[in-house]
Design a protein around this ligand. Sequence first.
Ligand code: PLP
Length: 379
Amino acid sequence: MEKIINLIPYGKQHIDEDDIRAVVEVLKSDWLTTGPKVQEFETAIAGYVGSKYAVAVNSGTAALHCAMYVMDIGPGDEVILPPMTFAATANAILYQGGTPVFVDVEADTLLIDPEKVEEKITQKTKAIVAVDYAGQPCDYERLREIANRLNLILAADSCHALGAEYKGKKAGSIADLTVFSFHPVKHITTGEGGMVTTNNEIFAGRMRQFRNHGITSDFRTREKQATFLYEMTELGYNYRLPDIQCALGISQLKKLPMFLERRRAIARRYDAAFMGSSHIQPLANKPHTLNAYHLYVIRVLQPDRGKVFQWLREKGIGVNVHYLPVYRHPYYAQRPNPSFTPCPVTEEAYEQILSLPMYPSLTDEMANTVIREVLDACG
Ligand SMILES: *Cc1c(COP(=O)(O)O)cnc(C)c1O
């Protein structure tokens, strides 16, 4: 029977007939890119998270770059972030010539440790990027207090956390700038895509220009005004998200509450199953937070995580490891980094963590299979 390779992946998109119809409709319309769907998607996301503005771009990484750009990160500027994240969080700082400064995480949540943030702040620090790892919001009250007192911008990489809440506020309405991704493994997908939400009108305006080569108007607006003149006043990129993809995003967003409900139900099932195990330790949930569960991460205390990973992969369970600490990627390890200090909590966690399958179409039966195999593997 067991000849199946990765029968159950760790993450997967959920596309239905409504999504397909929405995309086909755009294909038959006049605007394939930067038409009416962009604003419609932006308004829908802003409305959902409770922010004043939302700026759509063609990846979460582009969204991070936009955020670094409007924060005026440049050579000599330091940006604080945790090493337990996808490399793109740090890469975006490098795109702007800034210096990533890694701050260790808390052992039970793997979220940036506010206690340790202040130790790493210098005259050069300009911003903090909190990462809502696995889908749980960081301690924004304490991060906000530090940011305000020391005059720093607080940004959030909430690529894991669309739909998550901190003290009743949704991710996307808490930090000065919040970044989301619509990659297929994330909560909703546009194939590739991203969004930055903010309440700051100047940030929003500059990001709209930055995603369009640094040009002050877009083609559709010029057509409406019957003018040909456009001016490029800043060095931007082509980070535009096409209407085709925005239509998919709008359709997907309607299903987000259902997706979240399902992710949370799977998490409850996993929680209950591993409660009695002394070898398996799921990440902790802090009071006042509502987890969006992009990932369900356990620590394997025993036996060796590598062996457990191997065993589960052989059983067709697509477990994964999120993440190798960013500074251990060869590119980062080889760069001179005078501000670097080791992050022992992250290092220890990296040896133990395992992401279990988590996506809306994972059935109870499949979750039970995962549970059975994980318990078998860990004893
Ligand atoms: C997915 C992700 C990104 C990058 O998003 P892309 O859309 O793949 O560019 C950045 N940060 C984190 C934490 C992510 O999970």
